[in-house]
Design a binder for this molecule. Structure first.
Ligand SMILES: [Zn+2]
Length: 272
């Protein structure tokens, strides 16, 4: 399996180009490209393409693939209409750039709503705004299980919104399973796979101690990795093993440790 990693921490620490080199040196095959890092500076200026051409060339030179991207997630229910429209534009630009990176999947977060609002209905409308742009760019949208409240945090509500969106548009909406988020809700990876099966196209692999969303390396917390590995095998998951971990000061050693945790996970999957 390909082993990939979210670029956010190395983007911050080394800058984009140098960060990609460090990821390659550690052994990874590709990246989960984070558009949310400093996106207000990068996504909208007139000359935005220059920035991304440079990154795309570096990725190609290094032989790294972009298997998935992550859209900014600043959209809020409570924002003014103008503010929301701006956030939508950032996400649409991220979809276009996902295509530019020859990448098929973008992860987009759901929107939290007040208690008196039907969250599924609100989010079906929210995600529907991206249908035209995603279709034009041949990019699939992966909705991620999050943590707060009950809205799209557990297998049932994630399944419910995917079903509704797939009725509207076939072959456009899928899922991103975040193993750490599942753990914080006391859910196993297998519970998500049982219901969502091959709708799970991309992963955010991270661990925690069941208390906060600490994005630890796999095997450093309380996530049941045997359960995860068994589900990956049973449901014939075809994507990459993608780490979404927090690595403060991502030194060569720390990135190497992250890569070896992905290798350990791969060995565990193979051993089942
Ligand atoms: Zn995540």
């Amino acid at each position: 399996m390909l082993k990939t990693i979210s670029v956010e921490d190395v983007q911050k620490y080394y800058g984009e180009i140098e960060g990609l080199k460090k990821i390659k040196e550690a052994g990874f095959d590709g990246v989960d490209y984070s558009f949310f890092y400093d996106f207000k500076n990068y996504l909208m200026p007139e000359n935005f393409k220059e920035h991304y051409v440079n990154i795309k060339n570096t990725l190609e030179d290094l032989g790294l693939t972009v298997y998935q991207t992550h859209a900014p997630f600043d959209f809020r229910y409570t924002q003014t209409k103008e503010e929301q429209e701006k956030e939508i534009e950032y996400i649409k630009r991220s979809i276009e750039l996902t295509k530019f990176f020859d990448c098929k999947y973008i992860v987009i977060h759901r929107i939290n709503v007040p208690e008196n609002v039907d969250g599924i209905e609100y989010n079906v409308n929210y995600f529907s705004q991206f249908i035209k742009c995603a279709k034009e760019n041949n990019v699939k949208i992966a909705i991620e299980n999050l943590i707060s409240g009950d809205l799209i945090t557990r297998p049932n509500s994630l399944f419910s919104i995917i079903e509704k969106l797939q009725e509207k548009e076939k072959d456009l909406f899928y899922c991103c399973l975040d193993t750490g988020h599942a753990n914080l809700k006391n859910e196993k990876s297998s519970s998500f796979f049982e219901l969502l099966k091959d709708n799970i196209k991309v992963l955010h692999i991270d661990d925690n101690l069941g208390d906060i969303d600490s994005h630890l390396l796999p095997f450093k917390g309380t996530v049941d990795w045997n359960d995860f590995a068994t589900a990956i095998k049973k449901y014939n998951y075809h994507g990459t093993l993608n780490l979404e971990v927090t690595i403060n000061n991502p030194s060569k050693e720390k990135l190497a440790e992250a890569f070896s945790s992905a290798c350990k996970l791969e060995s565990l999957i193979k051993s089942i």
